[in-house]
Design a binder for this molecule. Structure first.
Ligand code: NAD
Length: 356
């Protein structure tokens, strides 16, 4: 299935509205998913719809939920997401954090108990568009583990993404580090399974803890595990991310003493900083321009693959996919149509939303 971003937004919006979301929420979440596809992260795009509908039917995501402010203490803001759609409640928390950061210069922001917040880079982009630097640490709870500890052989925690966003200059677009701390995002294992492909070496362990390239090991019972990225260093970062996000926020870590209802809970710890209150915006811009131009001028080892900086691959994918459209593999598209039916939207209506 090949479609434009607008066509995918229309069908996603229709499914979310049939699932009980008011129009502004359906628009926001639909755009968030399609933006992930545009950025090249199909793992976090419209392919999430079947999981969202499954959680909806089980009451594990609650449409039209607003983020609840649970603590407002100067440069500290704490929110509870109440299992609301992640894009919606995390967007509200970020908006409050950005406003506060303009007064205080720095903000420690937490969000507990949000449903899946999707591509974390979207929240970094909100901060950098406002001229702020931001750091985001996110853990994933409410379901079984997906990632094995370094030196371990079974899954004990999840893909715990980390994001760092820095505003751009007149010469350089904003910088965005946005990554799972697992060797790849779980959604990329799902995409490989749906496309009947093997994943690269070094990413998965089978049910006995031995290396495998078969994505199906993550779907059976008992199930396999992903490895953290970067050996012991990625593992160490994932452990700290679990605690920053799951413990400081008051949301759950994945430890078995907390409930696992089979949904997705994301907790986020974010720090927002106004660079004008530190060395100043002029210095920041001078150093971004000077440093990035120097780094990118390194002669490429492969002439077809020039040096990039964080955020470049997503920008390049966006330019390409805005022009050529987005491909959704047949298994994912069938899953999306079946999910539409589960919320009362017929196949014909879903297909009409795409073709109109
Ligand atoms: P990835 O491996 O594709 O990219 C990681 C980072 O590396 C990006 O910032 C990218 O710009 C940068 N990068 C890639 N190639 C580069 C190059 N050649 N030079 C310089 N920088 C480069 O990302 P991922 O780990 O697969 O994560 C995908 C998405 O999954 C992210 O948006 C993440 O937020 C999301 N995610 C969300 C959750 C959740 O629970 N909500 C969990 C895990 C991941």
């Amino acid at each position: 299935m090949h479609a434009t971003a607008d066509q995918l937004r229309r069908v996603t919006r229709a499914i979310l509205k049939s699932g009980g979301s008011a129009a502004p929420e359906a628009d926001l979440v639909a755009d968030h998913l399609v933006q992930a596809n545009l950025a090249g992260h199909d793992s976090h795009g419209v392919g999430m719809i079947p999981a969202y509908v499954r959680h909806l039917k089980a009451g594990l995501v609650v449409p039209n939920t607003r983020a609840k402010l649970v603590k407002d203490d100067g440069a500290v803001l704490m929110f509870d997401g109440g299992r609301g759609y992640g894009r919606s409640v995390a967007g509200e928390a970020m908006a409050a954090g950005i406003t506060r950061c303009r007064q205080t210069g720095v903000v420690a922001l937490t969000l507990a108990n949000a449903h899946h917040i999707g591509r974390v880079g979207a929240y970094g982009e909100l901060a950098s568009a406002a001229g702020l630097v931001s750091l985001h640490f996110v853990n994933v709870a409410d379901h079984r583990g997906l990632v094995a500890p370094f030196r371990g052989s079974d899954a004990r925690f999840s893909t715990n993404p980390v994001c760092i966003a820095v505003p751009g200059t007149e010469r350089q677009p904003p910088l965005l580090l946005d990554m799972a701390t697992s060797a790849i995002a779980m959604g990329k294992v799902r995409v490989a399974r749906n496309e009947k492909k093997l994943v690269p070496e070094g990413i998965l362990l089978d049910t006995s803890g031995h290396p495998t390239r078969d994505p199906n090991v993550m779907y059976g019972e008992p199930h396999g595990a992903m490895r953290p990225f970067g050996g012991h260093k990625g593992y160490a970062l994932a452990v700290m991310t679990e605690l920053l996000a799951g413990a400081l926020s008051g949301g759950p870590t994945i430890q078995p003493g907390n409930p696992r209802l089979g949904g997705t809970i994301n907790n986020m710890f974010a720090v927002l900083v106004d660079p004008a209150r530190l060395a100043g915006v002029d210095w920041l811009r001078r150093e971004i321009d000077g440093f990035l131009e120097y780094v990118k001028a390194s002669p490429p080892a492969d002439p077809k693959a020039p040096v990039l900086v964080p955020g470049d691959p997503e920008r390049l994918a966006r330019e390409e996919r805005a022009r050529t459209g987005i491909t959704v593999d047949a298994t994912t598209w069938e899953d999306i149509l079946q999910s539409a039916e589960k919320v009362g939207l017929s196949r014909a209506e879903a297909e009409a939303a795409v073709s109109s």
